[in-house]
Design a protein around this ligand. Structure first.
Ligand code: KG4
Ligand code: ZN
Length: 351
């Protein structure tokens, strides 16, 4: 990789779902610095449909792709010629969406004659809690809890190349649960932030929701029974249209509390089973204020070090993809010509 001194300027792309993001990162002697992180959100488009419409996501990524690149480069105060590494999400995600960012990255890599690091989106989330503080080795091994619209996964992370799945939801992801309840109540998509805000003024003890798989011996989880219990509670009160704002606040607070308790218990179980003392929580749902406070309060009591990314790096962003890119062996468009041309999106890429 052609780098000036020890400086690497990394141009990163993320487009796995409904956000198109482009970021520039600098790795120098003093660690990693995020020079820009541009995100084109499509929440206002998909909100109308109550969830992501894949075809609309990819079509709107096409519109965002060049402006995002231009803004990321100009905000970083660099020239494209300064870039010496490109990183891009190659999966998992929506194939049409993935292809827009990945092909833009491939084109840039080929045109600039610099290597391309192919990044797993979940790996981006896993290391995002370290994005702003720098290196991870001092924290290995750690337990990574990735909570998003599509994932509720627990990993044992021993190094950048040794990541093992040790627990997961058996059905819905916890972000999906928040999104579905918000939609059912008529509050729209994406629902996690809406439920979180409603919950702030609600009573967490007002409704007693179940804790699925509480006594199971492994860190697997299940959220679909909890979703049914919430829908049942709403229907018992006459259905969504009969729910007053105060009741919606209480339902949101009780649901948020239950989800936070489940996530903490299962993560703490994983720490105990694998003898690990550090936890890194990431993914869009890690923006949740109660999940943050429960993990921080209980973590201290149990002697666990809990690390979250800033809220702006919890949801999908290209900065986390660039950060993961620094630890990968990239593929050069000329030196590794065949491998380079074979780079493709993998919508169901499992870590
Ligand atoms: O990581 P992310 O941006 O995209 C995926 O890879 O899925 O996560 C999106 C998810 C959505 O389900 C959204 O409702 C949820 O993150 N989310 C939240 C909050 N902000 C976003 N969930 C709970 N509390 C929040 N404050
Ligand atoms: Zn994500």
């Amino acid at each position: 990789m052609k780098a000036s001194g020890t400086r690497i300027i990394n141009l990163a792309f993320e487009s796995s779902c409904d956000d198109f993001s482009c970021s520039v990162l600098l790795k120098g002697e003093n660690g990693v610095k995020i020079l820009s992180n541009i995100i084109y959100s499509q929440d206002y488009i998909h909100g109308i449909y109550g969830g992501v419409v894949p075809e609309l996501a990819s079509r709107n990524h096409i519109k965002a792709s060049l402006p995002a690149l231009g803004l990321a480069v100009s905000e970083a105060g660099i020239n494209l010629k300064d870039v010496n590494l490109i990183s891009a999400t190659a999966g998992p995600g929506l194939v049409g969406s993935l292809l827009i960012g990945l092909m833009e990255a491939k084109t840039a890599s080929f045109a600039l004659n610099i290597p391309l690091a192919r990044i797993n989106h979940i790996e981006g989330h896993i290391f995002s809690p370290f994005l702003e503080t720098g290196e991870t080795p001092e924290h290995f091994p750690f337990i990574a809890l990735v909570i998003s619209g599509g994932h509720t996964h627990i990993y044992l992370v021993k190094s950048h190349n040794d990541i093992r799945l040790v627990g997961r939801t058996r059905d819905d992801a916890c972000g999906e649960l928040f999104d579905k309840v918000s939609n059912y109540l008529g509050f729209g998509y994406p629902g996690g932030k809406i439920i979180d805000e409603l919950a702030e003024k609600g009573s967490a003890g007002a409704f007693k929701f179940p804790f699925p798989m509480m006594h199971s011996r492994n860190p697997d989880m299940s959220f679909s029974g909890l979703k049914t219990a919430v829908v049942y509670a709403i229907d018992k009160l006459g259905g969504p249209e009969k729910i007053q704002e105060n009741t919606a606040r209480d339902i949101s607070a009780s649901l948020r509390e239950t989800v936070a308790e489940i996530l903490y218990k299962k993560t703490a179980d994983a720490c105990r089973i694998y003898g690990v003392k550090t936890v890194a929580v990431s993914g869009g749902v890690s923006a949740n204020s109660r999940i943050r406070s429960i993990f921080n309060e209980k973590g201290i009591k149990n002697g666990l070090k809990i690390i979250f990314p800033s809220v702006k790096y919890s949801t999908d962003n290209a900065a986390m993809i660039g950060y993961a890119g620094f630890f990968k062996t990239p593929v050069h468009p000329v030196e590794n010509r065949e491998d380079f041309f074979n780079i493709n999106a993998d919508p169901s890429w499992e870590l």
